[in-house]
Design a protein around this ligand. Structure first.
Ligand code: BTN
Length: 334
């Protein structure tokens, strides 16, 4: 415990020096125990300066996805983030959380991994999740809502990702329909929502929303195919972005999103989705699962987050997520 208590006091001092004597008196620890705690923290990447006659000051914190670091940035939330479990490596945070859900895991539990060895994307694709570069985070929800009300969760989570990125580093991310956060025309984040319904009653057992955000990946961190369409915050902004700060902001935004979903009050989210949707007013290609391609003009997003398009023959139709993939005429977005 000494380590956490010493860190808490150093954080509270906001970069000012605290004497070893002061620390040991306030925590009821010996001077040797304070020194041991400082050494342990340094090993974990905390930069603690020591000056004779002044004591210790916290000069920098590690860019680590640990519960301690995430909580140091996290404000109060209602449900999401009640429990936060952080791992250095997992196969997939979604898979971990689905197993936890079946074992009775608590609603709002957040799981993060510093790297995933079997990160999963939509349509059975993999999600490349290199260590120390991204945020791989899933949340367990158990809304008491009929399954048809859950349809917009992935799109709403896309809005939450954009809001979190904007708050933490000023990135003005857009949304490629139906739910990919994009920056400067490339994919910044992927979202995979998985749910389980009880066979007999059709009641929801659990809902797991899994989000991957590319924070500091360069093209070399992706396979050539993915590198063409993916980007990261650091690559686009050209400055460092704190992963624990971004994870905390994401937890807060997901908590707001979940409150809106439970209250059935999605007006603001829908308006923001429309504002951020990069496809609206632009030509798109509709890619069928059988390889067919059709050109269309993206017109609007309806109340169920369907994409309303005009086909070349003038006919208008609304596309639901999963029906076809949408691309720009020349690339991923444009
Ligand atoms: C996609 O773009 O196809 C969705 C990608 C979703 C990736 C996230 S990373 C955290 C969570 N765990 C997974 O295995 N997948 C999701």
């Amino acid at each position: 415990m000494g380590r956490e208590d010493v860190l808490a006091l150093l954080r509270r001092a906001e970069g000012a020096y605290l004497s070893g004597e002061d620390l040991s008196r306030r925590l009821g620890l010996s001077r040797a125990a304070v020194w041991k705690a400082v050494s342990a923290l340094r090993q974990e990447g905390y930069v603690i300066e020591a000056r004779t006659g002044l004591g210790y000051r916290l000069a920098d914190t590690p860019d680590a996805l640990t519960e301690q670091e995430i909580r140091s940035f996290l404000g109060p939330t209602d449900i999401v983030g009640r429990e936060v479990r952080c791992f250095d490596e997992l196969g997939s945070t979604n898979t971990y959380l689905k197993e936890l859900a079946l074992a009775g895991g608590a609603e709002g539990t957040v799981v993060t991994a510093n790297c995933q060895t079997a990160g999963r994307g939509r349509l059975d694709r993999s999600f490349q999740s290199p260590a120390d570069k991204g945020i791989y985070l899933s949340v367990l929800l158990r809304p008491e809502l009929p399954p048809e009300h859950l349809f917009p969760v992935t799109a709403l989570s896309g809005v939450a990702v954009c809001r979190a990125a904007e708050r933490v580093c000023g990135a003005r991310a857009g949304l490629k329909w139906p739910n990919d956060p994009v920056l400067n025309g490339r994919k910044l984040s992927g979202i995979l929502t998985e749910l389980s319904l009880e066979g007999e009653t059709g009641r929801l057992q659990y809902l797991v929303v899994g989000i991957g955000i590319n924070v500091s990946q360069g093209p070399e961190d992706f396979t050539p195919e993915v590198a063409q369409m993916a980007t990261s915050l650091v690559r686009e902004l050209g400055r460092p972005v704190s992963r624990p700060a971004l994870a905390a902001a994401l937890i807060e935004e997901l908590d707001r999103m979940y409150a809106a979903l439970r209250q059935g009050n999605l007006t603001d989210f829908l308006a923001e989705y429309r504002r951020r949707c990069v496809n609206l007013g632009k030509p798109v290609q509709l890619l069928g699962s059988d390889g067919t391609r059709q050109r269309a003009q993206a017109l609007d997003v309806d109340e169920q987050f369907g994409l309303m398009v005009r086909l070349p023959d003038g006919q208008e139709r609304t596309i639901r997520s999963g029906e076809v993939s949408v691309r720009g005429l020349y690339g991923y977005v444009e």
